[in-house]
Design a protein around this ligand. Structure first.
Ligand SMILES: Cc1cc2nc3c(=O)[nH]c(=O)nc-3n(C[C@H](O)[C@H](O)[C@H](O)COP(=O)(O)OP(=O)(O)OC[C@H]3O[C@@H](n4cnc5c(N)ncnc54)[C@H](O)[C@@H]3O)c2cc1C
Length: 394
């Protein structure tokens, strides 16, 4: 695993030779990674105030948190792991609390809207398949059921005026929604800083040593000691986790997003691949490619995304593209999160997932308190990296 432009071996190297002064700070808890996962956990721990540190790498980092699509999405998730569906639903239901607290504490409106969302099926066969897949999902033992409506013809056109004549239908789930993910990241950072948490930018962690009663982190700006640590460094977790007897086998998965010009509001609710932001911009997203650490744009992929979007909403053909970007998801082999406390070095936790917007509320209100208590409850058991058969320290 190689963080941006740097060979793996640079971790734990004496790369800061020449720095005149090496600072040393001590905290009760240090969260490593200030992306959406780390910032949401830090938000959940903010009552620690100055006893908590949030360490981030800086602008050279890969940051899914800055390139994502902004959906809070429940429908279709949890095949093969019903508890993940429960976890996702829990987060979606707690999102209004999160948005409210961020508004009060950071004075930032993250533009949360949860009017439900639609997964559009272009062809008739696709709709039947989608309906069958959602039914199979909900039939799983232990699945916490939620409402899903199968929309055809007139029903779909009523919910999504402007939809193309060729679109066969869609599935609607009232729990789905979206937010402004950049405002979310900003609001989490502002709220934790206002709570007195020590936010340290440019503190890339290059080495971790476990010792009695805590951990010593070697960072780009000096040494940080902490009683507990949470590894929430996105793709870098793969390198950091083995330093404390954990494993985080995550790989990059490239997603590309197209931003169109601002348009008069035509989309009252998000579609899985197209949404209109609070500011009127139309976003087209959801490509997935395994290309390693490649963040380049692919015109071929963008063309397919644009053509599909025009099939769904023909009027988009006349809209101007303002920009497009690619960003890397943090993906495990089965797509489910990894949450675990080190058996070899208790007090070291790892947290990683590919739906950090959706799960932000669960991370703040369920994972963070578990970290504070020092015990991950039974409900976190399915998320251990042991499911991948990766060796961990005893
Ligand atoms: C194109 C795309 C679309 C997406 N759409 C959605 C969506 O609609 N809904 C949804 O829920 N999710 C979506 N996601 C996923 C979501 O963005 C991620 O789940 C989330 O950003 C992951 O957060 P993270 O904090 O784990 O990782 P990142 O956001 O990558 O953050 C990792 C952080 O760790 C820091 N870091 C890295 N290494 C170190 C180190 N050694 N020391 C200190 N700090 C370090 C970096 O500076 C960075 O800030 C999407 C992702 C992409 C790429």
């Amino acid at each position: 695993m190689s963080p941006k432009g740097r060979p793996e071996g640079e971790y734990r190297s004496a790369q800061h030779e020449g720095s005149p002064v090496r600072a040393r700070e001590t905290f009760e808890v240090a969260v490593i990674g200030g992306g959406l996962v780390g910032a949401a956990i830090a938000f959940g721990l903010r009552s620690l105030g100055p006893r908590l540190a949030l360490l981030d790498e800086g602008d050279v980092a890969y940051r899914a948190a800055r390139g994502n699509f902004g959906l809070i999405w429940v429908q279709g998730k949890g095949m093969g792991l019903p508890s993940y569906a429960t976890w996702t639903q829990r987060s979606a239901r707690e999102w209004p609390r999160l948005a409210g607290e961020l508004l009060r504490e950071a004075a930032i409106d993250v533009a949360l809207a949860q009017p439900g969302g639609i997964h559009v099926c272009a062809a008739q066969g696709e709709l039947a398949q989608r309906a069958a897949a959602l039914e199979a999902l909900q039939q799983q033992d232990g699945f916490r059921r939620y409402d899903v409506e199968i929309l055809e013809g007139r029903e779909l056109r009523q919910r999504l005026p402007g939809i193309g004549p060729d679109v066969a239908g869609g599935t609607y789930c009232p729990l789905d929604g979206h937010c402004n993910p950049l405002k979310l990241l900003r609001a989490l950072h502002v709220a934790v800083v206002r709570a007195g948490v020590a936010y340290r930018a440019d503190h890339r962690v290059v080495g971790i040593t476990a010792r009695r009663g805590g951990f010593v982190l070697d960072t780009a700006r000096g040494v940080v000691e902490a009683g507990k640590i949470v590894l929430a460094a996105g793709l870098s977790n793969a390198v950091l986790a083995p330093m404390v007897g954990l494993a985080a086998p995550v790989r990059p998965n490239k997603g590309q997003v197209i931003a169109l010009e601002r348009m008069p509001r035509f989309l009252a609710l998000p579609v899985a691949t197209i949404r209109q932001t609070d500011e009127g911009t139309v976003l087209i997203g959801d490509s997935q490619q395994d290309r390693g650490f490649d963040e380049s744009l692919g015109l071929d992929v963008l063309a397919v995304m644009a053509a599909r979007a025009v099939q769904v909403f023909p009027m988009l053909a006349a809209a101007r593209i303002v920009r497009a970007w690619a960003a890397l998801r943090v993906m495990s082999a089965d797509g489910f999160p990894i949450y675990e406390q080190s058996a070899a070095h208790p007090g070291a936790f790892v947290a990683t997932c590919h739906s950090g917007v959706t799960l932000a509320a669960a991370h703040a209100y369920a994972l963070a308190p578990a970290v504070a208590a020092g015990v991950l409850p039974e409900s976190f058991k399915p998320y251990t990296a042991r499911r991948f058969g990766v060796p961990q320290a005893a």
